[in-house]
Design a protein around this ligand. Structure first.
Ligand SMILES: [Zn+2]
Ligand SMILES: [Zn+2]
Length: 310
């Protein structure tokens, strides 16, 4: 199948979807993203009537698209929509994306809460990462940042009174995470990829949803561009440190020579994750002895990270 000059509606085609042979105009392309997101939300029962949803936005293309799409598809749904942004403190990178996040939220008239590592943990990410050498800490940047970011998102969502947190993880993100955990043997984290996965603790009042689970990263980039969304194209300066970059390259190559390969891999990954969700013994959920948050161990991953930098 090769690209055609016009869309099914007769307008000029601007996007070719190699995995199903569709040539689409910008309008029909955007409509297909709205449709796909709606389908994913209903297929996995992501939203209930009267939910209060906080969308974590970073000012990047994926999360800007998510806020834009949810604002549209949740109309008349009876749910509340708010946004939150976490400023990790990455010099020369985060300032611009926070500005974009604010601009978009304002344009859509959605309340936005901006919070920072500085205010939650007392330091900027740049400062913590710089201390690693002196303190002999070998963790990668993402390993340090990840737990802090999740905790910040939880804190901000609670401050907004939300019961659901929507993140912009797309099909590519989910596949990459699967392969990373496949290599490291972390079956517990593979289980977490299941959209059916629910935290078993009563203490845990936040539900996490990924409405872009079935959408290619490349399509979100085009969506943001086609809808003129303000977004930062530069990526995080710390992102090239891990195995994720190699896996991304591998998956992109695979998709190029076998269009649709990512999508069929996702179906398999979700089946594996669902199977694990049903068969792995439930880990006992405890309360962190330091901060009182929900934890699988004596001390939670955030407190373990923080203690290294004290
Ligand atoms: Zn069209
Ligand atoms: Zn803790």
């Amino acid at each position: 199948m090769s690209p055609k000059p016009s869309c099914r509606c007769g307008a000029k085609a601007v996007y070719f979807r190699a995995y199903n042979g569709e040539s689409l105009c910008a309008k029909c392309f955007s409509a297909s993203i709205f449709e796909k997101t709606k389908k994913t939300i209903s297929k996995y029962g992501m939203l209930n009537f009267r939910d209060s949803v906080a969308v974590a936005i970073s000012g990047g293309k994926d999360s800007s698209s998510l806020l834009y799409v949810l604002n549209e598809v949740m109309k008349g749904h009876g749910s509340k929509l708010q946004a939150l942004t976490v400023d990790e403190g990455i010099n020369g990178y985060r300032d611009e994306s926070v500005k974009n996040a604010k601009e978009l939220a304002e344009k859509l008239s959605i309340p936005l809460l901006v919070c920072s590592y500085e205010e939650f943990f007392g330091f900027a990410l740049d400062d913590a990462l710089e201390q690693r050498k002196d303190k002999g800490i070998s963790s990668t940047s993402c390993a340090v940042c990840g737990p802090l970011r999740r905790r910040s998102i939880d804190n901000a969502a609670k401050a907004l009174g939300a019961n659901v947190v929507a993140t912009a993880h797309n099909l590519d993100d989910v596949l990459q995470t699967f392969f990373i955990n496949l290599h490291s043997g972390d079956t517990e984290r593979i289980k977490w990829l299941s959209p059916a996965y629910k935290e078993s603790s009563e203490n845990f009042k936040l539900r996490r949803i990924k409405p872009f689970l079935e959408i290619y990263e490349q399509e979100l980039a085009f969506f943001a561009y086609a809808n003129n969304l303000p977004f930062q194209s530069e990526s995080c300066p710390y992102m090239n440190e891990g195995i994720r970059t190699e896996i991304r390259t591998y998956l992109n190559k695979l998709e190029q020579s076998h269009p649709g390969a990512k999508y069929s891999t996702l179906r398999t990954v979700l089946q594996i994750a669902n199977g694990l969700e049903g068969s792995l013994p439930k880990k006992e959920i405890r309360t962190c002895s330091k901060c009182g948050s929900v934890s699988t161990g004596e001390v939670c991953s955030v407190c373990k990270t923080l203690v290294q930098f004290q």
